[in-house]
Design a protein around this ligand. Structure first.
Ligand code: ASP
Ligand code: MG
Length: 431
């Protein structure tokens, strides 16, 4: 007997049928003798619909009120799911994030969890109940206002609760059978990964793989908590994200054995939500980059790739390019215009028609030639590389947005990752 935290995403609880299906699965886990904590997302596209609603009444809804509104989506799911479970003859109790002890900072819309005090959850389990927790939300330590953790934040709720409760495993239920070598919506021959190291999963999540939220993987790594990503629509074993041994009570015996050999490339995430900013005609003097990026940092903008070269020729000027989330583009341009007198650049260019494709795998540490093979595959498709950046276990390139999907497929094939069967996507509008 163990303790499992199961998280069900929006597509798994999209309608009454979905909720009943999930309730059966939870009941079966409980009847197998485990303690079960469930974290739920809002039903289907509820969160997007609530955002649309807010924008209809106000072009810039106050962040506090938007959070209050959005958390209602998860609260619907949790109560309805608890009802469905009780209809199966088991006791289930639902809790808001705040009731479950999810304590955050006060940045509305992207709050960070600073503590989890799950006393009421522990008590519910001790009384033999199944605890259902609304994902994606918490309460600010300072202001006591309700906060949300950012899109996809229920994953982080689940992992944080699992860590605080010392669970054996956190199961993340979604609409595909696990983490794939590429997004199966774009590469139908993507392969399910049986096991992935946490540092690889961090790179995948940070570079556009939407299957797990980055912060949730960081949390799991910091607390040595195994994550099992799997489908709520099928009984198949999913993907284990862990560096530690797989907890036997929660895995099929096949999996632990199969994981000895490590492929060079584990996956090819892509990102179509970034834009590129180029600061043209920057003086090539010490301290200039510091001024530019300090302005960006003060606007609380997270940047990704940076490219700069030394100036050639007598002009003494160069261009600095960087990528950032499209949603933060306007703020970045404002911030740069403010430091224009201090930096003395010519102009800022903004390009949101880019895509980023990355290659991830710890195996590339010891295998030369990986970038050459990637660039050759892209060259065969006549795809131009606009930016390149690398880490020890990742290579990323920026392409035109309309070439991104072709790029992912070409590189997937070039590294021999194509499966013989097509991946199944069970649900979700991908919205
Ligand atoms: N419902 C929220 C969203 O759609 C949180 C989540 O699903 O994890 O982003
Ligand atoms: Mg969702």
């Amino acid at each position: 007997m163990g303790l499992v935290v199961q998280k069900y995403g929006g597509s798994s609880v999209a309608d009454a049928e979905g909720i009943k299906r999930v309730a059966k699965r939870i009941a079966a886990t409980k009847r197998a003798g485990h303690e079960v904590v469930v974290v739920v997302s809002a039903m289907g596209d509820t969160t997007d619909n609530l955002i649309d609603l807010a924008e209809q009444v106000s072009p810039r809804p106050p962040a506090r009120e938007l959070d209050m509104l959005l958390t209602s989506g998860e609260r619907i799911s949790m109560a309805v799911l608890a009802m469905a479970i009780s209809n199966l003859g088991l006791e289930a109790r639902s809790f808001t994030g705040s009731q479950a002890g999810v304590i955050t900072d006060s940045s509305h819309g992207r709050a960070r969890i600073i503590d989890v005090t799950p006393g009421r959850i522990r008590a519910a389990l001790d009384e033999g109940s199944i605890a259902i927790v609304a994902g994606f939300q918490g309460v600010s330590q300072d202001t006591k206002d309700i906060t949300t953790l950012g899109r996809g934040g229920s994953d982080t709720t689940a992992v944080a609760l699992a860590a605080a409760l010392k669970a054996d495993v956190c199961e993340i239920y979604t609409d595909v059978d696990g983490v794939y070598t590429a997004d199966p919506r774009i590469v139908p021959t993507a392969r399910k990964i049986n096991r992935i190291a946490t540092e690889e999963m961090l790179e995948m999540a940070a570079n556009g793989a939407k299957i797990l939220m980055l912060r949730c993987v960081e949390y799991a790594r910091n607390y040595d908590l195994p994550i099992h990503v799997r489908s709520s629509f099928s009984p198949h074993e999913g993907t284990w994200v862990t560096d530690a041994p797989i907890p036997e009570a929660f895995a099929s015996p096949r999996v632990s054995q199969e994981l000895q050999q490590q492929p060079v490339i584990v996956g090819i995430p892509h990102d179509d939500k970034e834009a590129k900013v180029t600061v043209v005609g920057v003086r090539d003097d010490p301290g200039i980059a510091a001024v530019i990026f300090k302005a960006i940092a003060q606007a609380e903008i997270n940047i990704d790739m940076i490219v700069q070269n030394v100036s050639v020729g007598p002009s003494g000027r160069t261009d600095v390019s960087f990528t950032l989330p499209k949603a933060e583009g306007a703020r970045a341009i404002d911030a740069l215009e403010k430091v224009k007198p201090a930096v003395g650049f010519e102009r800022v260019e903004y390009d949101d028609q880019i895509g980023k494709i990355s290659l991830v795998g710890v195996g590339m540490r010891s295998h030369p030639g990986v970038s050459a093979r990637m660039f050759e595959a892209l060259a065969r498709e006549q795809i131009n590389l606009e930016m390149i950046s690398t880490s020890e276990i990742r290579i990323s390139v920026v392409t035109r947005a309309d070439q991104l999907e072709g790029a992912v497929r070409a590189v997937h094939t070039a590294f021999g990752l194509d499966a013989k069967v097509e991946a199944v996507v069970y649900g979700g509008s991908g919205r």
